[in-house]
Design a protein around this ligand. Sequence first.
Ligand code: SF4
Length: 78
Amino acid sequence: MPIKDGTREADLYRKLGEGRVQCQSCAHYCVLKPGERGRCGVKQNTDEKLYTLVYGKACAANIDPIEKKPFFHFFTGY
Ligand code: SF4
């Protein structure tokens, strides 16, 4: 459940005690103290819970001409 736009509790982590958590989303397995962010910069330990800060946000956007799409019976420029 998102708590604000782009922020959601992560699914893959474990609590280590003393306020620390370990992210298990990738091979870095960052161990984060309260308030710290992971190596990727998008996971943060807040109140002994790991949050992802970019949930639901696009990681890439691109503008392509419609002519590249595999549409059938689609006539541009007419
Ligand atoms: S905090 Fe980021 S870099 Fe660290 S293990 Fe999690 S996903 Fe990987």
